[in-house]
Design a protein around this ligand. Structure first.
Ligand SMILES: Nc1ncnc2c1ncn2[C@@H]1O[C@H](COP(=O)(O)OP(=O)(O)OP(=O)(O)O)[C@@H](O)[C@H]1O
Ligand SMILES: [Mg+2]
Length: 250
Protein backbone atom coordinates (compact mmCIF):
# COMPACT_ATOMS: atom_id res chain seq x y z
CA UNK A 1 0.00 0.00 0.00
CA UNK A 2 1.42 3.34 -1.04
CA UNK A 3 2.45 5.81 1.59
CA UNK A 4 0.70 9.02 0.56
CA UNK A 5 2.07 12.49 1.26
CA UNK A 6 -0.08 15.45 0.20
CA UNK A 7 1.19 19.00 0.07
CA UNK A 8 -0.90 21.93 1.31
CA UNK A 9 -0.32 25.59 2.00
CA UNK A 10 -1.22 28.96 0.67
CA UNK A 11 -0.01 30.22 -2.68
CA UNK A 12 3.71 30.42 -3.27
CA UNK A 13 4.79 28.96 0.07
CA UNK A 14 6.95 26.32 -1.61
CA UNK A 15 4.68 23.26 -1.96
CA UNK A 16 5.94 22.26 -5.39
CA UNK A 17 9.59 22.94 -4.57
CA UNK A 18 9.39 20.85 -1.42
CA UNK A 19 7.44 18.07 -3.16
CA UNK A 20 10.20 17.89 -5.78
CA UNK A 21 12.95 17.88 -3.18
CA UNK A 22 11.27 15.17 -1.09
CA UNK A 23 10.97 13.18 -4.31
CA UNK A 24 14.71 13.57 -4.82
CA UNK A 25 15.38 12.35 -1.29
CA UNK A 26 13.19 9.26 -1.84
CA UNK A 27 14.86 8.55 -5.18
CA UNK A 28 18.42 9.13 -4.06
CA UNK A 29 18.01 7.15 -0.86
CA UNK A 30 16.38 4.38 -2.91
CA UNK A 31 13.49 4.21 -0.46
CA UNK A 32 11.15 2.58 -2.96
CA UNK A 33 8.98 3.14 -6.00
CA UNK A 34 7.48 6.61 -6.28
CA UNK A 35 4.49 8.15 -8.01
CA UNK A 36 4.20 11.92 -8.21
CA UNK A 37 0.79 13.38 -8.84
CA UNK A 38 0.68 16.94 -10.05
CA UNK A 39 -2.83 17.87 -8.99
CA UNK A 40 -2.39 21.56 -9.71
CA UNK A 41 -3.97 22.61 -13.02
CA UNK A 42 -1.17 25.15 -13.38
CA UNK A 43 1.19 22.23 -13.20
CA UNK A 44 4.91 22.76 -12.89
CA UNK A 45 6.05 19.81 -10.82
CA UNK A 46 7.21 17.98 -13.95
CA UNK A 47 9.28 20.96 -15.03
CA UNK A 48 10.95 21.14 -11.64
CA UNK A 49 11.97 17.52 -12.11
CA UNK A 50 13.18 18.02 -15.65
CA UNK A 51 10.24 16.23 -17.27
CA UNK A 52 8.25 17.76 -20.08
CA UNK A 53 4.83 16.15 -19.82
CA UNK A 54 2.61 16.37 -22.86
CA UNK A 55 -0.29 14.31 -21.59
CA UNK A 56 -2.51 14.89 -18.62
CA UNK A 57 -5.94 13.89 -17.44
CA UNK A 58 -7.12 17.19 -18.91
CA UNK A 59 -5.73 16.46 -22.36
CA UNK A 60 -7.19 12.96 -22.33
CA UNK A 61 -10.63 14.36 -21.57
CA UNK A 62 -10.23 17.01 -24.28
CA UNK A 63 -9.27 14.34 -26.80
CA UNK A 64 -12.32 12.35 -25.96
CA UNK A 65 -14.56 15.42 -26.28
CA UNK A 66 -13.03 16.36 -29.63
CA UNK A 67 -12.90 12.79 -30.94
CA UNK A 68 -15.84 10.92 -29.46
CA UNK A 69 -15.32 8.26 -32.13
CA UNK A 70 -12.11 7.23 -30.33
CA UNK A 71 -14.24 5.53 -27.68
CA UNK A 72 -14.60 1.90 -28.80
CA UNK A 73 -18.17 0.79 -29.27
CA UNK A 74 -19.82 -0.69 -26.21
CA UNK A 75 -16.84 0.29 -24.09
CA UNK A 76 -17.72 2.03 -20.82
CA UNK A 77 -16.45 5.62 -20.96
CA UNK A 78 -15.13 5.65 -17.41
CA UNK A 79 -13.15 2.49 -17.96
CA UNK A 80 -11.74 3.91 -21.20
CA UNK A 81 -10.62 7.11 -19.47
CA UNK A 82 -9.08 5.09 -16.69
CA UNK A 83 -7.06 3.04 -19.19
CA UNK A 84 -5.94 6.18 -21.01
CA UNK A 85 -4.91 7.83 -17.76
CA UNK A 86 -2.92 4.75 -16.78
CA UNK A 87 -1.17 4.98 -20.13
CA UNK A 88 -0.46 8.66 -19.49
CA UNK A 89 1.55 7.91 -16.36
CA UNK A 90 4.99 9.08 -17.41
CA UNK A 91 7.85 6.81 -16.48
CA UNK A 92 10.88 8.88 -15.60
CA UNK A 93 14.16 7.83 -14.06
CA UNK A 94 13.40 6.84 -10.49
CA UNK A 95 9.76 7.96 -10.43
CA UNK A 96 6.49 8.03 -12.32
CA UNK A 97 4.51 11.18 -12.87
CA UNK A 98 0.86 11.90 -13.58
CA UNK A 99 -0.49 15.40 -14.16
CA UNK A 100 -4.02 16.57 -13.80
CA UNK A 101 -3.57 19.37 -16.34
CA UNK A 102 -6.44 21.57 -17.35
CA UNK A 103 -9.20 20.77 -19.78
CA UNK A 104 -9.70 23.38 -22.48
CA UNK A 105 -13.45 23.24 -22.47
CA UNK A 106 -15.62 25.21 -20.08
CA UNK A 107 -16.98 23.67 -16.93
CA UNK A 108 -15.56 22.65 -13.65
CA UNK A 109 -12.88 20.25 -12.61
CA UNK A 110 -15.34 17.99 -10.81
CA UNK A 111 -15.13 15.33 -13.44
CA UNK A 112 -11.34 15.26 -13.36
CA UNK A 113 -11.40 15.30 -9.61
CA UNK A 114 -13.70 12.30 -9.52
CA UNK A 115 -11.42 10.42 -11.85
CA UNK A 116 -8.40 11.37 -9.81
CA UNK A 117 -10.10 10.29 -6.63
CA UNK A 118 -10.80 6.78 -7.78
CA UNK A 119 -7.50 6.50 -9.59
CA UNK A 120 -5.34 7.69 -6.74
CA UNK A 121 -6.56 4.89 -4.54
CA UNK A 122 -5.97 2.33 -7.26
CA UNK A 123 -2.63 3.69 -8.44
CA UNK A 124 -1.33 4.24 -4.92
CA UNK A 125 -1.34 0.52 -4.32
CA UNK A 126 1.26 0.02 -7.02
CA UNK A 127 3.86 2.27 -5.41
CA UNK A 128 5.74 2.49 -2.14
CA UNK A 129 5.39 6.29 -2.04
CA UNK A 130 2.94 8.75 -3.57
CA UNK A 131 3.41 12.51 -3.36
CA UNK A 132 0.50 14.72 -4.34
CA UNK A 133 1.34 18.32 -5.12
CA UNK A 134 -1.76 20.42 -4.71
CA UNK A 135 -2.78 23.87 -5.72
CA UNK A 136 -3.20 26.41 -2.94
CA UNK A 137 -6.43 25.89 -1.00
CA UNK A 138 -7.74 22.64 0.30
CA UNK A 139 -11.27 22.29 -1.01
CA UNK A 140 -9.86 20.44 -4.00
CA UNK A 141 -8.08 17.95 -1.85
CA UNK A 142 -11.28 16.64 -0.37
CA UNK A 143 -12.56 15.76 -3.80
CA UNK A 144 -9.33 14.19 -4.87
CA UNK A 145 -8.74 11.63 -2.21
CA UNK A 146 -11.04 9.30 -0.46
CA UNK A 147 -8.26 7.15 0.81
CA UNK A 148 -6.78 8.51 3.93
CA UNK A 149 -3.45 10.22 3.65
CA UNK A 150 -0.44 9.21 5.61
CA UNK A 151 0.93 12.72 5.76
CA UNK A 152 -0.57 16.13 5.17
CA UNK A 153 2.40 18.44 4.85
CA UNK A 154 1.40 22.05 5.41
CA UNK A 155 3.95 24.59 4.24
CA UNK A 156 3.97 28.09 5.64
CA UNK A 157 6.25 31.07 5.71
CA UNK A 158 7.61 32.36 8.95
CA UNK A 159 5.01 35.09 9.51
CA UNK A 160 2.13 35.13 11.91
CA UNK A 161 -0.28 35.57 9.00
CA UNK A 162 1.28 32.54 7.34
CA UNK A 163 0.91 30.49 10.50
CA UNK A 164 -2.71 31.53 10.92
CA UNK A 165 -3.34 30.43 7.40
CA UNK A 166 -1.66 27.08 8.10
CA UNK A 167 -3.93 26.67 11.08
CA UNK A 168 -6.98 27.42 8.94
CA UNK A 169 -5.87 24.78 6.48
CA UNK A 170 -5.81 22.19 9.24
CA UNK A 171 -9.24 23.26 10.47
CA UNK A 172 -10.53 23.07 6.91
CA UNK A 173 -8.95 19.64 6.46
CA UNK A 174 -10.77 18.53 9.59
CA UNK A 175 -14.08 19.92 8.46
CA UNK A 176 -13.66 18.33 5.03
CA UNK A 177 -12.94 15.06 6.78
CA UNK A 178 -9.61 14.68 5.09
CA UNK A 179 -8.06 11.97 7.11
CA UNK A 180 -4.37 12.28 7.51
CA UNK A 181 -2.59 10.01 9.95
CA UNK A 182 -0.37 12.94 10.76
CA UNK A 183 -0.37 16.61 9.79
CA UNK A 184 2.96 18.38 9.80
CA UNK A 185 3.87 22.01 9.63
CA UNK A 186 7.02 22.96 7.79
CA UNK A 187 8.20 26.55 7.78
CA UNK A 188 9.81 27.48 4.51
CA UNK A 189 12.29 30.22 3.69
CA UNK A 190 12.91 30.79 7.35
CA UNK A 191 15.41 33.61 7.65
CA UNK A 192 16.30 32.34 11.06
CA UNK A 193 15.81 28.84 12.31
CA UNK A 194 14.28 30.21 15.48
CA UNK A 195 10.58 29.71 15.38
CA UNK A 196 8.57 30.73 18.35
CA UNK A 197 6.75 27.99 20.15
CA UNK A 198 4.02 26.99 17.82
CA UNK A 199 0.94 25.61 19.40
CA UNK A 200 -1.23 24.61 16.53
CA UNK A 201 -3.81 21.98 17.24
CA UNK A 202 -3.02 18.63 15.68
CA UNK A 203 -0.16 20.15 13.75
CA UNK A 204 3.17 18.64 14.48
CA UNK A 205 5.92 21.16 13.95
CA UNK A 206 8.46 19.53 11.72
CA UNK A 207 11.09 22.19 11.43
CA UNK A 208 12.24 24.95 9.15
CA UNK A 209 13.76 25.01 5.74
CA UNK A 210 16.13 27.90 5.18
CA UNK A 211 16.00 30.20 2.24
CA UNK A 212 18.40 28.61 -0.24
CA UNK A 213 19.94 30.93 -2.84
CA UNK A 214 20.72 27.93 -5.06
CA UNK A 215 17.02 27.04 -5.22
CA UNK A 216 16.19 30.61 -6.12
CA UNK A 217 18.90 30.69 -8.77
CA UNK A 218 17.63 27.55 -10.50
CA UNK A 219 14.07 28.79 -10.29
CA UNK A 220 14.83 32.18 -11.81
CA UNK A 221 16.81 30.66 -14.66
CA UNK A 222 14.06 28.10 -15.31
CA UNK A 223 16.24 25.11 -14.47
CA UNK A 224 14.95 21.95 -12.77
CA UNK A 225 15.67 21.09 -9.16
CA UNK A 226 17.35 17.91 -10.37
CA UNK A 227 20.31 20.24 -10.98
CA UNK A 228 20.46 21.28 -7.34
CA UNK A 229 23.84 20.04 -6.09
CA UNK A 230 23.98 17.35 -3.42
CA UNK A 231 25.56 19.75 -0.97
CA UNK A 232 22.80 22.36 -1.30
CA UNK A 233 21.41 23.45 2.04
CA UNK A 234 17.76 22.83 1.10
CA UNK A 235 18.50 19.30 -0.01
CA UNK A 236 20.35 18.37 3.15
CA UNK A 237 17.76 19.93 5.39
CA UNK A 238 15.04 18.01 3.60
CA UNK A 239 16.89 14.75 4.12
CA UNK A 240 16.70 15.37 7.86
CA UNK A 241 13.11 16.53 7.64
CA UNK A 242 12.27 13.37 5.67
CA UNK A 243 13.73 11.23 8.46
CA UNK A 244 11.54 13.06 10.95
CA UNK A 245 8.46 12.42 8.81
CA UNK A 246 9.14 8.69 8.42
CA UNK A 247 10.04 8.20 12.07
CA UNK A 248 6.86 9.90 13.23
CA UNK A 249 4.51 8.05 10.93
CA UNK A 250 5.88 4.55 10.78
N1 LIG B 1 13.65 27.32 0.53
C1 LIG B 1 13.63 28.09 -0.56
N2 LIG B 1 14.67 28.88 -0.87
C2 LIG B 1 14.66 29.68 -1.96
N3 LIG B 1 13.63 29.77 -2.81
C3 LIG B 1 12.54 29.03 -2.55
C4 LIG B 1 12.48 28.14 -1.43
N4 LIG B 1 11.27 27.51 -1.45
C5 LIG B 1 10.62 27.97 -2.52
N5 LIG B 1 11.36 28.88 -3.20
C6 LIG B 1 10.98 29.62 -4.41
O1 LIG B 1 9.72 30.23 -4.16
C7 LIG B 1 8.91 30.21 -5.31
C8 LIG B 1 7.56 29.55 -5.01
O2 LIG B 1 7.77 28.18 -4.71
P1 LIG B 1 6.76 27.07 -5.21
O3 LIG B 1 6.40 27.23 -6.61
O4 LIG B 1 7.35 25.75 -4.78
O5 LIG B 1 5.50 27.41 -4.29
P2 LIG B 1 4.04 26.77 -4.36
O6 LIG B 1 3.53 26.76 -2.96
O7 LIG B 1 4.09 25.46 -5.06
O8 LIG B 1 3.27 27.85 -5.23
P3 LIG B 1 1.79 27.71 -5.86
O9 LIG B 1 0.83 27.93 -4.73
O10 LIG B 1 1.76 28.78 -6.88
O11 LIG B 1 1.70 26.33 -6.44
C9 LIG B 1 9.71 29.49 -6.39
O12 LIG B 1 10.34 30.43 -7.21
C10 LIG B 1 10.74 28.71 -5.59
O13 LIG B 1 11.93 28.51 -6.33
MG1 LIG C 1 2.92 24.77 -6.68
Amino acid sequence: MGYIIAMAGKGGTGKTTIAALIARVIIEKKLGSLLLIDADPNSNLGELLGVNLTESIGSILDNLTNHPESLPENFPKDRFIELKVQEAVYEAKGFDLLAMGRPEGPGCYCYINNILRSLISKLANNYDYVIIDNEAGLEHLSRKTTRSLDVLLVISDNSSIGLKSAKRIIELADSLKIQAKKSFLLINRAQTAIIEKISLNQLFYLGALDFDPLVEELSSSGKPLTELPEQAKAFNQLKEIGEKIWSNTR
